[in-house]
Design a protein around this ligand. Structure first.
Ligand code: DI6
Ligand code: FE
Length: 411
């Protein structure tokens, strides 16, 4: 039996497809069959599209009254599943301690690891659920969720299971990334290579359980060296898994060039990225994921090289980096605003950064992040006149409706 056909009409569409600004269609319509966009275009061409669809069945119709529709937003870098919080460290930093001083003293990521290990699956789910709902309320339909606060086989698996469960139960689209190489757990203190032996050994098991879509690492002075990062990437490659990297966030380790050599989907943060890294990313088609929330919250002063990335044609994505240490924010729209005010992106670049380019950073370019035939019917309806307003307002949520795989989600 063919699935029912649904028509969404009288919409102003920022399709983010094609080269035209915003992929704009002033009076647009979309035909959805099942969970897939069948046709997207000008209302004037709708009769021909319906004829091609040979739609003899009744078409369920929604008129949107001229409202603005964008692709469902994609938050392509989060650490959404963890126990506890780090408001105390926030105070310490305000009193002068630095992020890496706190980390070197055994706080930072390690304190979240302790809280996460102590929490069972239901507790972690109950903590993560409202975070994911907050993102979805603004129109986020796909979220990437990293592990990396377990740092042992059981807790890493538990966190990734919670991420998968969020996808099923909310629902929301979820991509799971293994970030076992996030920090050194206390039981492996001084033995990073022994820890990586363990992490590389449990990765195939997590993958066999269907818990891993990509593998990430944190390559920095306070985390893992380029040689150690390579070991994690080789383990990913052996399983056919794509890689990503937290690269050049606090110092320049030339991690971006290393990751580009593995055909990385994305390199993320990049405040200390140099020209060689940019060239390597451009050559490998790796997306630059910029994280203005972490830049802001850590009060960084070194800006990522946006103009050089743009000039080299590296696609730029924007994400929340939601995590309890460096970016405890849960508004992707606020990140759009910060990407413009702090990093000088244009509002259109910022919206591309949470749609078409974010999809690419997750390996989902063919099916997500655009309103176009063949893509998943994930979209959001916003109460604004123009898409540039999505980057302009902050502290206001103009999202009115969210459609995920053709189904309207009730908030
Ligand atoms: N860089 C970050 O900003 C987060 N992880 C990373 O590799 C911070 C994670 C934390 O502080 O808990
Ligand atoms: Fe991160």
């Amino acid at each position: 039996m063919t699935k029912a056909l649904t028509l969404w009409r009288d919409a102003r569409l920022a399709t983010m497809d094609g080269a035209a600004a915003w992929g704009w269609i002033e009076r647009g319509a979309m035909l959805v069959r099942g969970d897939t966009l069948q046709w997207v275009g000008d209302e004037a061409d709708l009769p021909a599209a319906l004829a091609t669809e040979k739609a003899h069945e009744a078409v369920h119709e929604h008129s949107l009254g001229g409202a603005l529709v964008t692709p469902g937003l994609i938050d392509c870098h989060t650490h959404l599943v963890y126990g506890g919080h780090r408001a105390g460290e926030f105070e310490q930093r305000l009193e002068g301690a630095s992020y890496d001083q706190i980390a070197r003293a055994g706080g930072g990521i390690r304190s979240t690891v302790a809280a996460t290990r102590a929490a069972d699956e239901d507790t972690l789910f109950a903590l993560a659920r409202p975070r994911a709902l907050a993102l979805r309320a603004e129109g986020v339909t796909t979220v990437e969720i990293k592990s990396g606060y377990g740092l042992d086989a059981d807790t890493e698996a538990r966190c990734l299971r919670v991420a998968r469960r969020l996808g099923r139960e909310l629902p929301i689209g979820v991509r799971c990334t293994s970030l076992a190489a996030h920090a050194l757990p206390p039981e492996f203190s001084g033995q990073p290579d022994a820890y990586l032996d363990a992490a590389c050994a449990w990765l195939p098991r997590l993958h066999a359980e269907g818990l891993v879509d990509a593998v990430d690492a944190f390559c920095d002075e306070i985390a893992f060296t380029p040689a150690q990062t390579r070991r994690m990437f080789d383990a990913a490659r052996a399983l056919g898994l794509p890689v990503k990297l937290h690269a050049e966030q606090l110092t320049n380790q030339h991690g971006a060039a290393l990751a580009a050599g593995y055909g990385a989907l994305s390199c993320d943060h990049l405040e200390h990225l140099d020209d060689e890294g940019i060239r390597a990313m451009a050559a490998s088609g790796t997306v630059a994921v910029l994280l203005p929330g972490a830049y802001y919250f850590l009060r960084e002063t070194k800006l990522p090289p946006v103009a050089a990335l743009r000039a080299a044609g590296v696609p730029i994505a924007i994400a929340s980096d939601h995590n309890p240490g460096s970016s405890p924010g849960l508004s992707l729209l606020l990140m759009l605003n910060m990407a413009c005010t702090l990093f000088r992106l244009t509002p259109e670049e910022a919206l591309r950064g949470v749609t078409v380019h974010a999809a690419r950073a997750l390996g989902l370019a063919a099916t997500h992040g655009r309103l176009a035939a063949g893509c998943r019917a994930d979209f959001a309806v916003h109460d604004v006149d123009h898409p540039r307003e999505l980057a302009y307002w902050f502290g206001r949520n103009p999202c009115r409706r969210v459609v995920l795989g053709g189904q309207e989600i009730t908030p």
